[in-house]
Design a binder for this molecule. Structure first.
Ligand code: SF4
Length: 240
């Protein structure tokens, strides 16, 4: 997950345990390696951190819920999700809540627990299902697309994040994104795997070339707002 979607975003981490989507590129692996407290917190079974739930975050403008985990992963207990959502409704209702998951089909079960201001999003690294299967155990792109279309049709504000961006088929990828009608998309590159090969067992991600990324941005800007993440220039090189 990525906690810096909007400027000034505060990631909060009320859910501990190891995310079962098991994305090979997950940035939480890096946190677990670097910080003993993170290693403990994001290992083992899912559990709630009561002291985190108690925090009011009164001075925050944007909160990213479960920055190092996926709140809607299929096996997260329903009771945990309800408690986290309920707390978001009890805090200052001027805060924008960002909920991001690779299992957006489960978001629909909690529509009645959303705070006043929120945005719902999913990650779409690529349109290529074979890459999703190779690098993650998260639900397919098709399942994410179907759920996001439903959420959009229900009137929820939605975003997509293409980070880490994998290689893709331009026409097909743009068609998928167009069907979802996101209010905003973020495009970003991997920022951990290439830098820390030992932590990631020398994993090599299938990254697209600059020309293809620029073509994607050009197509997406025709129908939505595109924000390029600060880690994208590594892939764009001199062609920006
Ligand atoms: S869904 Fe997010 S938190 Fe879970 S393994 Fe994948 S990148 Fe990590």
């Amino acid at each position: 997950m990525v906690g810096n979607m909007y400027s000034g975003t505060k990631p909060i981490n009320e859910l501990g345990g190891e995310c079962k989507h098991n994305c090979l590129y997950c940035s939480t692996k890096w946190f677990r390696f670097m910080y003993p407290a993170s290693r403990e917190k994001y290992s083992g079974e899912y559990r709630l951190f009561e002291h985190e739930l108690k925090k009011n975050h009164n001075n925050e403008k944007v909160i990213f819920v479960c920055g190092q985990n996926d709140i809607f992963e299929e096996s997260v207990p329903d009771e945990f999700i309800r408690r986290i959502m309920k707390r978001s409704c009890e805090r200052n209702q001027d805060i924008l809540y960002v909920f991001q998951t690779k299992n957006p089909a489960r978001m629909k079960d909690y529509e009645d627990l959303l705070p006043e201001i929120y945005i719902l999003g999913t990650t779409m690294e690529t349109n290529r299902e074979e890459y999703i299967k190779e690098f993650s155990e998260a639900p397919s792109i098709k399942s994410r697309m179907d759920a996001m279309i439903e959420l959009q049709e229900d009137g929820h504000p939605i975003f997509l994040t293409h980070e880490p961006l994998f290689d893709f088929d331009l026409e097909e990828f743009v068609e998928i994104i167009k069907k979802i009608k996101p209010d905003k998309v973020f495009i970003g590159a991997d920022s951990k795997v290439y830098k820390y090969p030992k932590i990631y067992n020398n994993l090599v991600l299938p990254e697209p070339d600059a020309e293809k990324i620029l073509a994607l941005i050009e197509e997406l800007e025709k129908f939505t707002v595109v924000e390029q993440k600060s880690n994208l220039p590594r892939l764009l090189g001199d062609s920006q």
